[in-house]
Design a protein around this ligand. Structure first.
Ligand code: SF4
Length: 425
């Protein structure tokens, strides 16, 4: 059995190849969980690792209360954020841990079906999951039935309501949800959606219990988490760290620039953080006063050789392109924001007017979409205006900074040249 102090947990036994079912069972033997499965999950304080950090036990409780014989568990491994590689790493190392967690969740809510969603553009992960599911099938378990689904990769396709929409009728469009949490449905069946990393944590809590889980992390943010670190780094890294580890320690694991200009925290649906705050512990309660959070477990490092205005433009232009444009803020607002940022990034003659428009448009767009995609972009833009205030001041008056002139880019931004081909800038 792995001990309380042992790290890594989620990536334990990672050999660079996915563990077979037999290797998995030897690496993660069934432990002596002290209490009932749901009680231990509740006591663990596990929160969702996909971005919203919603308490997992509360979602499970909501589904347990539903009287319905057609419930589903959905494992969301779509990973729509360009800087995200954690679910991919997890499913490439320990796919059965994710599947175990999904089985525990299904048992807790009484679901007979589990859908595992992996983007079809990620064939190696699709293969790993396919192999793992075949191994389980050969064992002829009588638990919930697994099915692999492979929607196309897009940013909004990983949003949980868009994913359920796709599973229900092949359309990756987010659904309007005035209240959270809302119970999503496939047909008439209520659905519990959890991110792959969340499921893997449930797999561990189901074996070893809440006290074991809480041996790492902080009181408010217990456990370990996976974080993808890219940008100005020596080696793009997916690290498993206890929540509460300082940003400086996390960046060191990727050989990151030790004096960065800024960090994108939580992914492109997150916010910029000034690079002077590297001693902050990586946990929502300590990051929140700085307007950032753990989000989808992504950190993008921006070097002082780059430009925050240019990077914000590149990211927002891509985010504007990623919506389904079924709502006004996405059809008109986000492309307009991207255009204003373009003037600022290139310090054109229209930059001063573009700055005014940008500030006004951000206020108009907010709160008007069916999903939170436009709000996320507005938050990202506002954090950019705050963190790079001095650079925006120069750019809006026609003086692009040295970083902008260097044309060095640090944030990975895919472009769609053809409908079926993703190309990374
Ligand atoms: S707000 Fe944007 S991303 Fe969300 S549903 Fe509407 S068009 Fe799609």
């Amino acid at each position: 059995m792995i001990q309380a102090h042992d790290l890594p947990r989620l990536l334990h036994g990672d050999t660079g190849r996915p563990l077979t079912l037999a290797q998995h069972e030897a690496t993660f033997p069934i432990g002596a969980r002290p209490g009932g499965l749901f009680e231990e999950l509740e006591a663990s304080g596990l929160t969702g690792r996909g971005g919203a950090a919603f308490p997992t036990a509360r979602k499970v409780r909501l589904l347990r209360e539903q009287r319905n014989h057609h419930k589903f568990v959905v494992v969301n491994a779509m990973e729509g954020e360009p800087g995200a590689h954690k679910d991919q790493s997890l499913l490439s190392a320990n796919p059965h841990l994710v599947l175990d967690g999904a089985e525990y969740l299904a048992a807790m809510i009484g679901a007979k079906n589990i859908a595992v969603a992996v983007a079809r553009d990620n064939p190696s992960v699709v293969n790993h999951v396919t192999r793992a599911l075949h191994e389980r099938e050969r064992r002829h378990d009588r638990g919930a039935k697994f099915e692999l689904h492979t929607p196309p990769w897009r940013y909004v396709a990983g949003e949980e309501s868009a994913l359920v929409h796709w599973l229900d009728d092949n359309e990756s469009l987010p659904q309007y949800r005035p209240q959270r949490p809302t119970i999503l449905r496939i047909g008439h069946g209520p659905v519990l959606v959890d991110n792959a990393e969340t499921c893997a944590n449930v797999g561990l809590i189901g074996r070893y219990g809440a006290a074991w889980f809480r041996a790492h992390g902080t009181e408010q943010s217990p456990g370990t988490t996976l974080v993808s670190v890219t940008g100005a780094v020596a080696r793009p890294t997916v690290a498993e760290v206890p929540l509460g580890t300082t940003l400086r320690e996390i960046l060191a694991l990727a050989g990151a620039d030790p004096d960065p200009l800024a960090l994108v925290m939580g992914g492109y649906g997150g916010s910029w953080l000034d690079g002077r705050h590297l001693d902050l512990p990586y946990a929502n309660e300590t990051l929140a006063p700085y307007g950032v959070g753990v989000g989808a477990g992504i950190i993008v490092v921006l070097s002082r050789a780059g430009c925050g205005v240019v990077e914000t433009h590149r990211i927002v232009r891509w985010m504007a392109n990623e919506s389904a444009r079924q709502c006004g803020p996405c059809a008109f607002g986000l492309p307009a924001l991207a255009e204003d940022l373009g003037h600022l990034a290139h310090a054109t003659r229209d930059a001063a007017a573009a700055y005014q428009r940008l500030v006004e448009r951000a206020g108009v767009i907010e709160g008007r979409g069916a999903c939170r995609h436009p709000d996320g972009v507005v938050r990202f833009v506002r954090s950019s205006l705050a963190v790079f205030a001095a650079d925006f001041e120069g750019h809006r008056h026609g003086a692009a900074c040295a970083g902008a002139q260097s044309r060095r880019h640090f944030a990975a931004v895919p472009t769609l040249e053809r409908e079926d081909e993703l190309i990374w800038e």
